[in-house]
Design a protein around this ligand. Structure first.
Ligand code: SF4
Length: 328
């Protein structure tokens, strides 16, 4: 069946993926493969704007690719590759930077946020980050970018850059990508307050053993007003219940919804039920991951092949870009 167009998405190499990554991005990446030609990129160059050593970059890239493949992102369906393996993106980034006003970049809330987060390392790459993102997207003649509502301004920025470039060089060579709004679940960490993330150490990795998963789930913060097992609880404010809704059967969810409110079920039991259901859900992923981890050369082959396919598209775009710019 003919696919509906090309999708691009990139993610920084953060190593072993956690539930937040899975529910917020990977699940959607997998689903999109059925209808679109997908280009999925591990954006290691972007990572260089915030990490000062590259020691963990290679391992993190490998682990992330491993999780992606184990979760059902197929190299037969999608181009899966590492950003730095396609040097054309740096060239396009440079050309796009010439049509981007500096003031626009320094005014972006994301840039201001980075200055706040790492005042000791406000590097040039941070300023140009959105331009590199734009280059990533348009290099592959992307039709559609899946984004959550809060990321939509980033894509609008890319569209503006494309318009500026096409206007300056009187060309149509770059395509304005369209937004595909996706429901990006905000998964809370085990603290029940902040978004799940490695930096806060409030995450649950997909590749944990079942026992490690149980241990992590037991640490989850529940309804803070419920101090004792005999206190009635409120599932509506409990992150464990939110996760039950994603991983447990409807009967069990309904039962917890009723019993929690009248102290008919304790939090320890409730968490154990969630951990067991989560483990059951992750069984096929973990089996596939173990199988792939035993074949590290295969992961490398997938990334090498992905880079080869990505470079072919990228070079074709750059031939057209250089031509449009009438570079000598
Ligand atoms: Fe949350 Fe379950 Fe405890 Fe209710 S019983 S507060 S839903 S963990």
């Amino acid at each position: 069946m003919a696919k509906k167009g090309r999708v691009f998405s990139g993610a920084r190499p953060t190593g072993r993926q956690h539930l937040g990554n899975y529910l917020g991005a990977i699940k959607n990446y997998v689903a999109l493969q059925a209808d679109y030609e997908c280009v999925y990129c591990i954006v290691d160059v972007h990572a260089l704007t915030t990490v000062e050593t590259t020691q963990e970059l290679r391992q993190n890239t490998f682990e992330m690719a491993l999780d992606w493949l184990a979760a059902g992102m197929y190299p037969e369906e999608s181009i899966i590759f590492v950003q730095s393996h396609v040097p054309q993106v740096m060239e396009l980034h440079t050309y796009l930077s010439m049509v981007t006003p500096l003031g626009k970049l320094t005014d972006l809330p994301t840039f201001k946020e980075k200055i706040r987060q790492q005042p000791e390392n406000v590097n040039y790459g941070l300023v140009g980050y959105p331009v590199l993102m734009a280059a990533d997207i348009v290099l592959y003649k992307t039709d559609i970018v899946p984004v959550g509502i809060d990321q939509a301004p980033h894509l609008e920025f890319t569209r503006e850059v494309v318009r500026s470039f096409n206007y300056r060089y009187q060309t149509k060579v770059l395509i304005e990508p369209q937004v595909k709004h996706t429901e990006v679940l905000k998964v809370l960490g085990i603290d029940g307050r902040e978004k799940m993330g490695k930096s806060l150490n409030n995450h649950i990795e997909l590749a944990l053993t079942p026992e490690e998963t149980v241990k992590r789930v037991r640490e989850m913060v529940t309804d803070p007003a419920r101090q004792r097992k005999t206190d009635p609880g409120n599932p509506d404010v409990c992150n464990v219940f939110t996760m039950h809704k994603l991983f447990s059967g409807q009967d069990e969810v309904d039962m917890i919804n009723v019993e929690c409110r009248k102290a008919g079920i304790g939090c320890v039991d409730c968490k154990l039920r969630y951990a067991n259901n989560l483990n059951k859900n992750l069984e096929p992923f973990r089996a596939k991951r173990a199988e792939l981890a035993a074949r590290p050369h295969y992961i490398q082959d997938v990334l090498d092949d992905g880079a080869k396919r990505a470079r072919a598209i990228a070079e074709q775009t750059m031939v057209e870009v250089r031509e449009a710019m009438q570079l000598p």
